[in-house]
Structures are given as structure tokens and as C-alpha cells.
Design a protein around this ligand. Structure first.
Ligand SMILES: Nc1ncnc2c1ncn2[C@@H]1O[C@H](COP(=O)(O)OP(=O)(O)O)[C@@H](O)[C@H]1O
Ligand SMILES: [Mg+2]
Length: 196
């Protein structure tokens, strides 16, 4: 199969119903989307319109009630839990609305962690470079609680980029970031990766 021409992300008729104890919310009603390799996509909508739901489905953190999520031609909705986790680890970087940093590790250690898990060579240098590029070279040894919200999100971006993901997903990224940093993050991504 040729990879050129295969969309980085393809959502086909996606439905997601959140079932609570006594309420059911239809968060997505037949969503379709196609994102090309190298594309930068900004999804906007009112609070509650389903943006986080959509990102969690693309990131394989949640399962749709119906429809398909196809990433680089791979249908992740049919993968088993473990396979989906492995796919996520090797292809997707995610920055969540509430940053997901490990509180007792420093900024540098947080960025190192995913590279240690992947046994990536040259990780110490790369972790320092990534943090410098998001403007945090003076904050390498701070723990998350010692950083501002925007700084924590920038560490989370460096964590997400550590293993060069094909796809970077960010939820409400610019909420905590000035636009100059947001642009820089965009340029940091390899040209073949996509950013939503
Ligand atoms: N775990 C959940 N249980 C029940 N309802 C949920 C859950 N998560 C989200 N929802 C509902 O789904 C809708 C979409 O939520 P969300 O995707 O978080 O929106 P957005 O990110 O655009 O603000 C909202 O109405 C929200 O209340
Ligand atoms: Mg949201």
C-alpha cells in the first residue's frame, strides 16, 4: 500500500454517546473528517460541542459507539486495548487540557520519561533541546507545581514531541499559550506530521 495519499486522520460517520447514571449525551452525531499528512487543523466550537470527545477518539483513549477512526490507513477502532496503546505510544503525541505531567518529576525528567520507555538514544540532549525550544531552558529542574499553567503546558508539548509523533493532538492548547509559542510549536513538528 502506498502511504502517500493516505490521510493521516480519517473519521467516518463517528458517533459518541456519553452514558451517565441517568443522562445520555450524544456528543458526536456522524462526524466526518479528513486530515492530510503535514496539515495543521484548528477545531473550534462552543464549550460542550464535542471537541475533547473528538480528540479522545482520534487519540484512541475512548471508543466510539459507531463509525471508524482510521490513522495512516490503520483502523484503530478495531484494535484491542493493548494494540491501541502501542499504536498511540509510537504514533501520537497528546497535550491535554489538564496537563498530564508527573508531579514529582522535574520538567527535564518528564520529557525524558517517554524517551526512556522507548530506549531512545541521545535522549538527554534532545530533552534539553526540546525544553529550550519551548522557552524553558531556565526551568529544567522545576517540578510542575513550581511552574505556571502556560509553562506546564509547554513542558507537556515537549513531552508530546519527544518521540517524534506522526500526529500531535492538543486540547485547548492556545488557551494557555501565547500565539508566538503556538507558532513555534507548529514549526517544531516534522513536516510529515499532522497537528490538530
Ligand atoms: N464522561 C462524560 N459523561 C457524560 N457526558 C459527557 C462526558 N464527557 C463529555 N460529556 C458531554 O458531552 C458533550 C461534549 O463534551 P466535550 O467533548 O468535553 O466538549 P468540548 O470539549 O467541546 O467542550 C458535553 O455536553 C458534555 O457534557
Ligand atoms: Mg474540551
Amino acid at each position: 500500500m502506498k502511504m502517500e495519499g493516505v490521510a493521516a486522520v480519517e473519521l467516518r460517520n463517528l458517533y459518541k454517546i456519553h452514558s451517565g447514571r441517568d443522562v445520555e449525551t450524544v456528543a458526536l452525531r456522524g462526524a466526518n473528517l479528513s486530515v492530510a499528512r503535514g496539515e495543521f487543523l484548528d477545531i473550534r466550537g462552543r464549550s460542550g460541542s464535542g471537541k475533547s470527545t473528538l480528540l479522545n477518539l482520534i487519540g484512541g483513549l475512548d471508543q466510539p459507539n459507531a463509525g471508524q477512526v482510521v490513522l495512516n490507513g490503520v483502523e484503530i477502532t478495531h484494535l484491542h486495548e493493548g494494540e491501541r496503546a502501542a499504536f498511540r505510544r509510537s504514533h501520537i503525541g497528546t497535550v491535554y487540557q489538564q496537563d498530564n505531567l508527573i508531579p514529582f518529576l522535574t520538567a527535564l525528567e518528564n520529557v525524558l520519561l517517554p524517551m526512556e520507555l522507548a530506549a531512545r538514544p541521545g535522549r538527554e540532549k534532545r530533552a534539553q533541546e526540546l525544553l529550550a525550544e519551548v522557552g524553558l531552558k531556565e526551568r529544567l529542574h522545576h517540578r510542575p507545581a513550581q511552574l505556571s499553567g502556560g509553562e506546564r503546558q509547554r513542558v507537556a508539548i515537549a513531552v508530546a514531541l519527544a518521540n517524534e509523533p506522526d500526529l500531535l493532538l492538543a486540547d485547548e492548547l492556545t488557551g494557555e499559550l501565547d500565539s508566538a509559542t503556538a507558532d513555534q510549536v507548529r514549526w517544531r513538528c516534522p513536516s510529515t506530521s499532522s497537528f490538530i
